[in-house]
Design a protein around this ligand. Structure first.
Ligand code: GAR
Length: 205
């Protein structure tokens, strides 16, 4: 069984990263699947998630996008940093950057994202307010493979929650986030198990 390094990219709170890192430690992914979170990388120096990752003994790195002239130069440096950890899987967890096509192609079939809507509904920003404005009775979250088109890759897993009377974007986001924390570790685990079975290609678009 090959050792499987997971690299997680964040921009802020990192609660999804923490859910995955906690699941990996609690459920002993290292022993069972030789999988572990090798590094957490943030494009924002002040990201709260960096502190929580370090608290779990996980290596952290900051690559501030403001120090780069273009999206291309940032993505090239990010790919170099990610590749230094030889990742089997790259996990985007609240990583709020548009990625270049070259960067996405480099990790085709081994990069996943979580998006706070039931894709293909509401790709992009302000998902919860848009779901409320559309009168949706259900909202949720989607884990999907990352492709060049924003929030459009193959769906790996989804969780739905009801929209309740009196919800605003914040209350709905909080209800969805609880499900994200259950969904994302399960989806990452399923990906790793499929990788073990030699079936990773089936996840690629
Ligand atoms: C999560 O709700 C995630 O689904 C969303 O940002 C939040 C990050 O929270 N991602 C996107 O909107 C990506 N398009 P976290 O930093 O606490 O995990």
């Amino acid at each position: 069984m090959n050792r499987k390094n997971i690299v997680i990219l964040i921009s802020g709170t990192g609660s999804n990263m923490l859910a995955i890192a906690n699941a990996a430690q609690k459920d002993r992914w290292d022993e069972k699947m030789q999988a572990h979170v090798a590094c957490v990388i943030s494009n924002r120096p002040g990201a709260e998630g960096l502190v929580s990752a370090a608290g779990l003994g996980i290596a952290t790195q900051v690559l501030d996008h403001k120090n780069f002239e273009s999206r291309d130069t940032f993505d090239a440096a990010l790919a170099n940093l990610i590749d230094s950890y030889q990742p089997a899987l790259v996990v985007l967890a609240g990583f709020m950057r548009i990625l270049t096509a070259g960067f996405v192609a480099r990790y085709a079939g081994r990069m996943v994202n979580i998006h706070p809507s039931l894709l293909p509904a509401f790709p992009g920003l302000n998902t919860h307010q848009r779901a409320l404005d559309a009168g949706c009775k259900f909202a949720g979250a989607t884990v999907h493979m990352v492709t060049a088109e924003l929030d459009h890759g193959a769906i790996v897993a989804q969780a739905a929650v009801p929209v309740l009377e009196g919800d605003d974007a914040n209350s709905l986001a909080a209800r969805v986030l609880v499900q994200e924390h259950l969904l994302y570790p399960q989806a990452v685990l399923a990906w790793l198990q499929t990788a073990d079975a030699g079936g990773v290609q089936s996840y690629a678009n």
